[in-house]
Design a protein around this ligand. Structure first.
Ligand code: COA
Length: 218
């Protein structure tokens, strides 16, 4: 794993202690190697159904990396419970949200961006989102963010790209926590501290913005 991944690992390790989650990062395989990796990975028929919805080699590669990261994160959770990590099937629900077969008490979220995939497991509803840092057009900021969110993004001109991407990952992380995908209006999801009903952690590296949204703990 490269330094971009190491930086993400450091961020996730901090969130592990605070929120009792388990996580894993995986490099996305090359498009040349993805089919061989997929064929050696003992995916179930239901998992292969999800994979085979994708024709594009890059998307197949990110799916495989996300599923392998998810398996590792689930295995890590099992070790934390003092149990054999075993082998866990990760089917997709109708909405596209991943779930852990036989463990409806656990919540799982997956994200991939470029060459990295991340998966997070916990015992309350959660969502993770990872994005490569890039300029977000003004039209996107106007369409998807509330007035207070726009003010936060634009408050420090030199920080606009980082804040715009961070705010975007907070929206996506909450969308995944809710499991609703395309039926949500992004502008309606409150994501600033003090406004949001969710606990949201965010951080950035020179390459990425990453956010984790969680249901409040007890
Ligand atoms: C589903 C969605 C959250 C995916 O986010 P993304 O940043 O495009 O892509 P990511 O790589 O971060 O995440 C993809 C993963 O999200 C997970 N996912 C897909 N649908 C999901 C859902 N309904 N709920 C929770 N997780 C979901 C899957 O694990 C998927 O990876 P996989 O198919 O390889 O298993 C996003 O596309 C979405 O629908 N957002 C809300 C709707 C909206 O208004 N968006 C504005 C778009 S302009």
């Amino acid at each position: 794993m490269g330094s971009a991944t190491d930086r993400l690992a450091t961020i996730l390790a901090g969130w592990t202690d605070r929120h009792g989650i388990r996580w894993a990062l995986r490099d996305v395989p090359t498009t040349e190697s993805v089919e061989e990796i997929a064929s050696c990975s003992r995916f179930s028929a239901s998992e292969l159904d999800s994979l085979n919805k994708f024709r594009h080699a890059g998307r197949r590669a990110s799916w495989v990396a996300g599923r392998l990261a998810a398996r590792e994160a689930v295995a890590s959770w099992y070790r934390g419970e003092g149990r054999d990590p075993g082998h866990h099937e990760i089917p997709a629900s109708r909405s596209g949200a991943p779930r852990i077969e036989g463990r409806d008490d656990l919540h799982l979220s997956i994200s991939h961006s470029g060459s990295v995939a991340v998966a997070v497991v916990g015992n309350r509803r959660l969502g993770i989102d990872l994005e490569a840092l890039e300029e977000r057009p003004d039209s996107l900021v106007r369409s998807f963010f509330s007035e207070s969110e726009r003010l936060w993004i634009e408050a420090v001109p030199s920080e606009r790209t980082r804040r715009g991407n961070t705010a975007w990952t907070r929206k996506e992380a909450v969308a995944k926590l809710l499991g609703k995908g395309g039926s949500l209006r992004f502008a309606d999801l409150a994501i600033l501290d003090g406004e949001s009903p969710w606990t949201i952690e965010s951080a950035s590296t020179p390459q990425h913005a990453i956010s984790l949204a969680l249901e409040h703990g007890n």
